[in-house]
Design a protein around this ligand. Structure first.
Ligand SMILES: [Zn+2]
Length: 128
């Protein structure tokens, strides 16, 4: 028999993750989650939800690296299946891609992690 709190938590998780992917508050989806590139707001400007205690921590680089590695590997596999390319072509395409892509997906990834943590109630609040 499953706990009804788990089902409710699961139901809240996906919309919260989606709102976080859009860098919005996981509760209301209206206020911004960050006031700079990755600097998280203390409270939502729209609903006042406290968001400072939801820290992505080391899960953020794990998620970003995992996503980037899979995309780079798919691009490399595609290049090789099409007959390969010169080492310089790899250097000029994959090195910039492996630098720009993590920077581009960092805010959305952090937002999704914060949304998941908010929905599940995984906060640092008890550490205060
Ligand atoms: Zn809000």
């Amino acid at each position: 028999m499953s706990d009804p709190r788990d089902a409710e938590s699961e139901k809240r998780a996906w919309p919260a993750i989606w709102r976080g992917l859009k860098c919005k508050c996981p509760k209301c989806g209206k206020g911004w989650l960050f006031h700079h590139y990755l600097e998280q707001v203390d409270h939502c400007s729209e609903c006042g939800e406290p968001l400072a205690y939801y820290k992505a921590g080391l899960f953020l680089p794990f998620v970003v690296i995992t996503v980037v590695i899979h995309i780079i590997a798919a691009v490399m596999l595609d290049i090789e299946l099409r007959g390969g390319a010169s080492p310089m072509a790899y250097l000029y395409t994959l090195v910039p891609l492996s630098i720009i892509m993590p920077l581009a997906i960092l805010p959305s990834s952090k937002g999704a992690i914060v949304g998941l943590m908010w929905a599940k109630g995984w906060s640092d609040e008890q550490d205060r």
